[in-house]
Design a protein around this ligand. Structure first.
Ligand SMILES: Cc1cc2nc3c(=O)[nH]c(=O)nc-3n(C[C@H](O)[C@H](O)[C@H](O)COP(=O)(O)OP(=O)(O)OC[C@H]3O[C@@H](n4cnc5c(N)ncnc54)[C@H](O)[C@@H]3O)c2cc1C
Length: 576
């Protein structure tokens, strides 16, 4: 699969550094328009900021306050495109904004904002907003805190519950169109020759070996490394000496954290968009995957981008504000099932309030820095990734002095695109009635869309792969094999966190590891020793990034982590 000698000697039109949602979208668009494309990602596809977002495909109502009408319009247009091209991964979600007297925005300001939001999405397929009196809201939502409640606005946006899979589908689509895509390959040096990047050196993190892409000077290099953009620019070398690719800092990231909790007393059936009382920051309480995703915070961040974690204060803030708006919730630290935190790749803007920094994206041409074949993406939301791909590829064609071909991604469906009424769903429910639980089949279609039958096909020869991985979740063992064989999953984190969502759905995924390891040993040729290493790496990652410090320090961690297993405890390992 990873043919480095061929890659080293290929002349690419475009080389993309960073395989988050934006790099994936550029790769897909470029490959579909016929460019020879290479994408290099140091971790897993979508494993950076893309997997740490609130997972909303939204216009960004809040940006209206900063008069970012273009951004809102663009995002709302992209929301519609995604509803058409990725209907299995982009679902409408009703949002409710309760308005309180102490809030920083008055009821009429919210109403004006809603009107404008509807105007800017005049061509949408979703419903317009509606305004509710406080009495009406209390009827609909009995557990809402009614003290000083002035009323509410309700409107629709969209949710990409599996943002990581949206990224992966862009990658797989790019690959199908001829792009070379590598995960676990880090760019380590970028050699300049005169005004151009001439060579890129990488490390294959799976084997530890280095390889170089030698014929880069005719390519356009695209830096879509999100919050790492400045670090990648710092990899520039001239004659072996450091030679940064940018004269100024580009990114000034802010950290945003989320917590995930199980349904709680009084939990809303719609997403809530609430203003926190303590600092007037808006945050979301979103139904997600039969649980609730609550976030986010917005704090300046200058730390290590590879180990970003929600700190205890952030977790307590999100708990307290949720309990305030839904007093019956009674959420405590013990209820937190998972936390995650990421750094928004925002443009560097010293001295600005985090919330007021623009969320628009910029394609930064490094010609100004004396590098003629490099473009960096500054910013870029999950929602607008397709648009970024389109803009980037238009620019690449112009750079090549060629006519810009029409962009296919406005209409071309992602590989899994399917609607719930598709006959393939009914067919699969019928075909696998006795071999796979019906809830699992529905789940597979929501995760893989039209590719679900390919996952189920593993059950044809090996019926045991139709069994759920754990009794509490619908994911089946065939997904493990499919992730490794067809979706470039290389480790437990890829499988549990990004091909499936098991990590986020109870005990950090530890309870599922024995069954997953058994499948990996039996059906994917993994050795016991490898599984031992993987379990330790998985545990270390969870402790560094996802398990809150208070849980690690308290007895809570002992209770939660005692079920962590290593492969030696896995029953009947059979190495094929
Ligand atoms: C808390 C939070 C909430 C958000 N909520 C939303 C939301 O609800 N809706 C929305 O639209 N947007 C949201 N966003 C914004 C959105 O998630 C990001 O802007 C988007 O995911 C950025 O994607 P990206 O591909 O540019 O960057 P990333 O996903 O970070 O990808 C960059 C990739 O580059 C790779 N890389 C770095 N260095 C190298 C190297 N040397 N070699 C190879 N690869 C390298 C990294 O490993 C990484 O995978 C949110 C962001 C945050 C942090």
């Amino acid at each position: 699969m990873r043919d480095f000698p061929a890659i080293q000697n290929t002349t690419y039109d475009v080389i993309i550094i960073g395989g988050g949602i934006n790099g994936a979208a550029v790769a897909r668009d470029a490959a579909l328009r016929g460019l020879k494309t290479l994408l290099i990602e140091k971790g897993d596809f979508g494993g950076g900021t893309t997997s740490w977002s609130t997972r909303l495909v939204h216009g960004g109502l809040r940006y209206l306050e900063y008069f970012e009408f273009n951004l809102v319009r663009e995002s709302l247009r992209e929301r519609e495109i995604l509803l058409r091209t990725a209907p299995h991964l982009t679902k409408p979600i009703q949002m409710t904004i309760p308005v309180y007297g102490y809030g920083s925005r008055s009821f009429w300001e919210i109403q004006a904002g809603m009107l404008l939001y509807d105007l800017l999405s005049f061509d949408k397929t979703l419903l317009n907003h509606r305004i509710l009196t406080s009495q009406k809201l209390r009827q609909l939502f009995r557990s809402i805190n009614s003290e000083d409640l002035k009323g509410a606005a309700q409107y629709y946006d969209c949710q990409a519950e599996y943002a990581e899979r949206l990224c992966l589908e862009n990658i797989l689509s790019a690959q199908k169109a001829g792009a070379e895509v590598l995960n676990y390959a880090a760019v380590t040096q970028i050699q300049r020759q005169g005004e151009r990047i001439a060579k890129i050196t990488c490390e294959d993190l799976l084997s530890g070996e280095s390889f170089a892409i030698n014929q880069v000077d005719q390519a356009v290099v695209i830096n879509t490394s999100g919050p790492w953009v400045d670090q990648v620019c710092g990899l520039g070398r001239t004659d072996g000496q450091p030679s940064p690719l940018s004269r100024q800092r580009k990114i000034g990231g802010t950290k945003g954290s989320h917590i995930i909790v199980n349904p709680f007393p009084g939990a809303p059936s719609t997403a809530l968009y609430v203003e926190a009382k303590v600092d007037n920051r808006p945050f979301f309480i979103v139904p997600w995957n039969k649980m609730y995703l609550i976030g986010t915070t917005d704090l300046r961040y200058e730390g290590d981008l590879n180990t970003v974690k929600a700190n205890d204060d952030e977790v307590d803030y999100l708990i307290a504000e949720t309990n305030r708006v839904i007093p019956t919730a009674g959420i405590s630290r013990e209820d937190v099932q998972f936390t995650y935190s990421g750094v928004r790749p925002l443009p560097y803007a010293a001295g600005k309030k985090p919330g007021s920094i623009t969320r628009s994206h910029v394609l930064y041409d490094h010609t100004k820095d004396g590098v003629a074949n490099l473009i960096s993406l500054i910013g870029g939301k999950l929602t607008t990734h397709r648009q970024v791909g389109e803009e980037m590829v238009d620019v690449i064609y112009r750079r090549k002095g060629e006519k810009v071909p029409p962009c296919p991604t406005r209409t071309q469906l992602l590989p899994g695109a399917i609607t719930v009424n598709d006959p393939r769903v009914t067919q699969a429910l019928e075909d696998y009635r006795d071999r796979v639980p019906q809830a699992s089949i529905h789940h597979l279609f929501s995760l893989y869309g039209a590719q679900a039958p390919a996952v189920l096909a593993w059950v044809d020869d090996t019926p045991e792969l139709g069994q759920p991985i754990t009794p509490s979740l619908p994911d089946i063992k065939a997904q493990v094999v499919y992730g490794v064989q067809s979706e470039m999953a290389h480790n437990l984190l890829d499988l549990c966190r990004r091909r499936m969502t098991i990590s986020m759905q109870g005990n950090y995924g530890f309870d599922a590891l024995p069954a997953i390891i058994e499948v990996l040993i039996k059906h994917c040729g993994w050795t016991e020793a490898e599984c031992d290493r993987q379990v330790e790496a998985y545990r270390a990652y969870m402790e560094t990034n996802c398990i809150p410090d208070f849980a690690i320090e308290s007895q809570l961690s002992e209770r939660k982590l005692k079920s962590v297993v290593v492969s030696s405890s896995v029953s009947s390992p059979v190495v094929p």
